[in-house]
Design a protein. Structure first.
Length: 219
């Protein structure tokens, strides 16, 4: 039996600093199992992993701390200043990321958790959108996103802009998503929209669980 039978994976992505975590929490509260791709990305580069070895081979030992862990700030300084190096990094990491995501989807499926939210900042770049039946993108104004990134990651304005500029543009997200959620600061509005979208998707999922020949009451 295919362990992915009956699973619906919903992709959640969007611009850095747009506030995906707010939307993710609403989906989790509405019964979605959540796979956090940021946590996956950290897991696959833990000390002693094959992926970390490949990164060190390409970028040198300067991206490895004395204790053998990844020097994240050092690596970020390299890749966010050179697009070709960022592409080289993604070539190494994305196969490991997608492999771990698939593993976690199977684990949730075997537990009977068939409605899954994949929270992935680089959903399209990693081609993890191939796993997703529905895609939601969270967008926000550039000035607000910059402020959020600076506060969240303790970066300078220049460093924040480099990260923003390394992403796909807003038009791409709009043209490749089933739902767009704007998060420009009104938390109650964002929560309400996220709850409405999660309810619609849950309703669609539930409607598919009824066998085609099942007898239904007519009221």
């Amino acid at each position: 039996m295919n362990s992915l039978n009956g699973v619906m994976v919903v992709g959640l992505t969007g611009q850095t600093g747009a506030g995906k975590s707010t939307v993710s929490k609403i989906f989790a509260s509405n019964g979605f199992a959540v796979i956090d791709a940021d946590q996956v990305a950290r897991k696959i580069v833990e000390k002693g992993t094959k992926c970390l070895d490949e990164i060190a081979d390409l970028f040198g030992q300067s991206v490895i701390n004395e204790d053998g862990t990844l020097n994240r700030k050092g690596l970020a300084a390299i890749v966010f200043s050179d697009k070709s190096k960022l592409e080289a990094l993604t070539t190494i990491t994305y196969p490991y990321i997608t492999g771990e995501i698939l593993r976690q989807i199977r684990v949730h499926s075997l537990r009977g958790e068939k409605l899954i939210l994949l929270d992935a900042p680089t959903l399209f770049e990693s081609r993890a959108d191939d796993f997703c039946e529905i895609i939601i993108s969270v967008l926000a104004d550039a000035e607000l996103r910059e402020k959020r990134i600076i506060a969240r990651d303790s970066l300078t304005a220049e460093q924040a802009r480099k990260r923003m500029n390394s992403q796909l543009d807003e038009e791409f997200f709009r043209s490749h998503s089933d739902y767009i959620i704007h998060n420009n600061g009104c938390i109650d509005t964002v929560n309400g929209i996220a709850l409405e979208v999660s309810a619609k998707i849950r309703e669609l999922f539930n409607s598919r669980q009824v066998p085609a020949n099942a007898q239904q009451d007519v009221i």
